[in-house]
Design a protein around this ligand. Sequence first.
Ligand code: URA
Length: 433
Amino acid sequence: MRMVDLIEKKRDGAELSKEEIEFIIQGYTTGEIPDYQMSALAMAIFFRDMTPQERASLTMAMVESGDQINLASIEGIKVDKHSTGGVGDKTTIALAPLVAAVGVPVAKMSGRGLGHTGGTIDKLEAIPGFHVEIDTNEFSELVNKNKVAVIGQTANLTPADKKLYGLRDVTATVNSIPLIASSIMSKKIASGADAIVLDVKTGSGAFMKEFEKSKELAEAMVAIGNNLGRKTMAIISDMNQPLGFAVGNALEVKEAIQMLKGKGPDDLLELCLTLGSYMVYLSNQASSIDEAREKLLDAIATGAAIKKLKTFIEAQGGDSSVVDDTNQLPEASFAIPVKADKGGYIAKIVADKIGLAAMTLGAGRATKESIIDLAVGIKLHKKIGDQVKEGETIATLYSNSENVDSVIELVQGSYTIVQEKVVAPTLIYETIS
Ligand code: URA
């Protein structure tokens, strides 16, 4: 086989076979196929697309390019959840103990990541003592015992994806549905999930801004998962404004704790109940989605979910007293109000700008080397559809510096206030199974 012939085949719109795709991915991982040929192929895929069979083969070839986590020693059907990411998305922190409380084994591999706030692991590390440096044996034991554990990404997972993603980033080929879908799904499958629930965000703060594109991506990922024998479902959820009210690591942990106590924001609760119901159902812990939802509501009402969160924190070295007294979480020195410059109704909150504002306060990493400040962030007091008076506080900045004029401007500028009433956006647009 010659790479040049395969590039030509894809360029002309023909379907690559499983063997041809394996040849490409193996050769690219070892370095035998150079970046310039892979770039040409990525561009051909960008314009010619891939068939469902090609997408599944590409995903599997990337899974096989590195280590695969074997979760066989964990009892039950392991359901993983993945979000395409957004501002204020603290779902995993609440969802993991919530579904574990009704018997779903949650063996979660998470990352730190770049962006407006840290990743799930950074957020969890806002809890004093909490750590993810556990080996894979301890990880399996903890999931068997407590139904929930989180581990950092230590293994050499999907190196082909890592290399290809880097190449796509500099060759204008990131924004290709078959390449994004296979990239995300390869990581989920290599992490050992039996079933996968996907939260594809859509809107101004999402990676996919347009609904039709988000739907196409969700359908592509569900098809790959099901094609490869993993029961997969997806929802398309709103990211036209941050999720919940808190953006920032310790602030988001606090909000997730409040939610598990039944006192959290409605949107976060609804998202957790929807994603959680699918996880419980796919894990065979309920015979219908409705029954699954009832079980989750019950776990919150009886305190089983909050108890599970405490067990989870203690098992990974954390101080679980923060659950009863959230004031023990890191706190910033200054709380600075951001006021509405006029009265009316909130029509828009550009989530990306709120994310950037949180990052400017120090909540996120601009480079891999940046050190994040777990205490800082932003709390919104007004969301889309809310009425506001001139001079009323729309948000509070939690900062370790008083020099935040530019951040105040950024937050003010992210809000659009109009005179006519505004309807709050739908949270969950569609489910794909
Ligand atoms: N996230 C990924 O993991 N891969 C992509 O290709 C795009 C977003």
